[in-house]
Design a protein around this ligand. Structure first.
Ligand code: ADP
Ligand code: MG
Length: 678
């Protein structure tokens, strides 16, 4: 039991919540089952039992009959156990999800128990059904059996042993039921209404406690980590701002910059998450912040997730700052060893003002004289552990600005990055025309190619993107090559030139091909998602995405963001096969409907659920027992609001009324503000 479902203690068992309840008094006639029936309980006499098949296809089949019909019950696992306990001629209750085979109802692995007529007391009784595994079922611990264990345990447990952990005034304010009742009621509810009250209370508690620990971590860090003070705006920043800034900053950019300046002047270390849609101009905010660091005598580092992106940042920043007397260097996995030595020396001696690179910049051998500011671009590709490495590069941890590639929904940000401060660029630079997006069938490819031809004749460039090449996926690779040949047949040399970029190329080849497209030596770039993040070619006006159904929403949005960067009208064409899942269709529709990355992020979260969002899959932060940050958004906001309020008034949780929280945290070994966190 331990290994299978992580239930180790009595407390774990009490928090092993039922999946659903069935009304024991409700028994469906077998003849009423149909293809859409969800879970059902039927009762009848076991009329036969057979073991059929060999080895892996071995299964136990029995038939249960009531006076309306017959249902087949089948087991593929735990066969010998079932064979032992079932007796032909006896009456059973079977509970499960029916399916239909050749027009006949069937239930695979139902929960089954003896049916006595005294089961029917006439009183409605909600019996809990727990998640179980095949292995446990084969030991007799099916979805119902857990209920018996829990019931025994609940009989023995007193209210003292399940103390309230939320302050009384919070309970009153949000009209919650107390903890002891909630735990009893979630397992064995007196009514559906009680069940719902129990769920709401326990969800609130879960989200509340999660927010409390995030906020405590944040306070703790703010308290304990001193930061470098950037007190002045100096000549480097001012020179750049007045002479070389190629455009007027948007108000949103100005505001974020103000927030950052306030942080870095405060004496505390900054940890800020910068959200902004694709193309909203996050790089310039990063650059200006780094120049501020330079003016205050500190070095900066900018870390990007890919070689191409690092190169691009380097070129942009080096050329923007070429008239300033500061040294900007790049360090990636492909930096040659001679050059690497030069760069490393420059960093160590403090001569390099801004270092740009991939995760190579956080390796052990990179030593800074006085690193004061670090930018992590496109955060979701980096783990928290990598972020933490930067901290160790300096006496104090440097100020950290984390930038996201595409927006993250607010609820997700609060749960995942709740310990960071948060800025948003909610405005695109002026003059951008919205990108028009079409969804077309693959059979329309020739027309799409004609369309590209028109755009090229206006001097524009185009992308044609294929699904990611996995290390293992030969098929994707073949598709890309086929696609490349096809595009080539529409656009023959020497009238047209095509760059191809994909993950299997050596870095320098990838780089050369990319550069040819950037310099407009080639008109079309055929590639995979290696170009997904950050690539900036303002002259490109068409983005064709092949097999678009294979991409997630945030990826599609990222890819689409490669166009619409100049003042030209831009287009995104999503090509898909004829047969699409409902979800894929929904994704295409959303893309056609909106250009707003924040909206898309919300939709993405809704469709895929919190556990499946990019970069969050392994993150325990989203694994709640009951709560779901999409469905329980309101509870999350309420819980967070009350946490913030409580900590604002009583940061040490020392008042009498907050005692339950203090005791709870002590029992969880979470240290409050003055404790040191590891
Ligand atoms: P992202 O936020 O996606 O990283 P970038 O920083 O790459 O976006 O900026 C996208 C493009 O917009 C770049 O070409 C950049 O030079 C340009 N840009 C940024 N800020 C402004 C602005 N205030 N006015 C005009 N163009 C801007
Ligand atoms: Mg960017």
């Amino acid at each position: 039991m331990r290994k299978e479902i992580n239930v180790f203690t009595f407390k774990d068992l009490l928090e092993y919540y039922p999946l659903r309840h069935i009304d024991k008094t409700k028994i469906d006639p077998i003849s009423s089952l149909h293809a859409d029936t969800d879970f059902t309980q039927v009762a009848g006499k076991l009329i036969d039992m057979q073991l059929i098949g060999e080895k892996r296809s071995r299964r136990l089949i029995v038939h249960l009959q009531d006076n309306t019909g017959i249902v087949e019950l089948v087991w593929f696992q735990g066969i010998s156990w079932m064979e032992k306990i079932l007796v032909v001629g006896h009456h059973y209750l079977a509970y499960g999800k029916p399916s239909f085979f050749m027009g006949k109802p069937q239930m695979a692995h139902p929960d089954i128990e003896n049916h006595h007529s005294q089961n029917a007391t006439g009183k409605s009784y909600l019996e809990p059904i727990y998640p179980s595994t095949e292995k446990l079922k084969s030991k007799g611990l099916n979805g119902k059996a857990f209920g018996k264990l829990t019931q025994e345990l609940l009989k023995k447990i007193t209210e003292k042993e399940l103390p309230e952990n939320l302050p009384e005034y919070i309970i009153e304010k949000y009209k919650l039921i107390n903890r002891y009742d909630a735990i009893r009621q979630i397992h064995f509810p007196a009514s559906l209404q009680y069940y719902q009250m129990a769920v709401r209370r326990l969800k609130f508690e879960e989200l509340f406690m999660a927010q409390l620990s995030i906020q405590l971590i944040k306070l703790n860090r703010q308290h304990s980590s001193k930061g470098f003070v950037f007190e002045k705006v100096g000549t480097v920043f001012n020179d750049f701002y007045s002479k070389y800034l190629p455009f007027e900053l948007t108000n949103a950019q100005k505001n974020v910059l103000k927030e950052i300046r306030k942080d870095v002047g405060s004496g505390k270390q900054m940890n800020r998450l910068l959200q902004g849609d694709v193309g909203s101009g996050k790089t310039m905010v990063a650059l200006l912040s780094m120049l501020l660091a330079t003016d205050n005598g500190f070095q900066s580092v900018l870390m990007a997730p890919t070689e191409i992106l690092a190169q691009q940042h380097f070129q942009t920043i080096a050329s923007l700052t070429k008239e300033l007397s500061i040294r900007v260097e790049i360090l990636t996995g492909s930096t040659k060893s001679k050059q690497r030595k030069v760069v490393l020396k420059g960093c160590e001696e403090g001569d390099v003002s801004i270092l740009i690179g991939t995760h190579a910049v956080i390796e052990e051998n990179v030593v800074f004289k006085n690193l004061g500011f670090a930018v992590v671009d496109e955060q979701h590709k980096f783990g928290v552990a990598q972020r933490a490495k930067i901290w160790k590069k300096s006496v104090f941890p440097p100020h950290i600005l984390v930038m996201t590639a595409t927006p993250i929904p607010r609820t997700l940000a609060l749960t995942l990055y709740g310990d960071l401060d948060y800025s948003v660029i909610d405005e695109l630079p002026p003059g951008r025309k919205p990108i028009t997006t079409f969804h077309r069938n693959e059979s329309a490819r020739p027309k799409v190619m004609d369309f590209i031809k028109e755009e090229l004749s206006l001097g524009r460039q185009a992308y044609v993107i294929y699904p990611l090449i996995e290390e293992s996926s030969k098929l994707d690779y073949e598709n890309l090559m086929k696609g490349y040949e096809e595009v080539k047949s529409f656009f023959p040399e020497p009238k047209f030139w095509i760059s191809m970029v994909h993950g299997k190329q050596p870095a320098d080849q990838k780089e050369t091909n990319m550069q040819r497209f950037i310099k407009h030596d080639t008109q079309i770039l055929v590639g995979t998602t290696v170009i997904e993040v950050g690539v900036n070619v303002p002259n490109a006006s068409v983005m064709v995405i092949e097999s678009a159904e294979k991409f997630g929403l945030s990826q599609l949005h990222q890819l689409r963001g490669r166009v619409g960067r100049g003042a030209d009208k831009s287009y995104c064409i999503l090509l898909t096969g004829q047969k699409l899942s409902k979800e894929a269709k929904e994704r295409m529709n959303i893309m056609v409907e909106t250009n707003d990355g924040f909206k898309i992020a919300e939709k993405d979260l809704e469709i895929r659920g919190p556990g499946e969002m990019e970069g969050t899959r392994q993150s325990g932060a989203l694994l709640f027992k009951l709560a779901n940050i999409v469905e329980d958004k309101n509870i999350l906001e309420a819980a967070r609001g009350s946490v913030l309020e409580i900590l604002q008034n009583d940061v040490e949780l020392s008042s009498e009324k907050n005692l339950p929280l203090k005791l709870y945290l002590q029992s969880q070994k979470v240290k409050t503000r003055w404790g040191k966190i590891a």
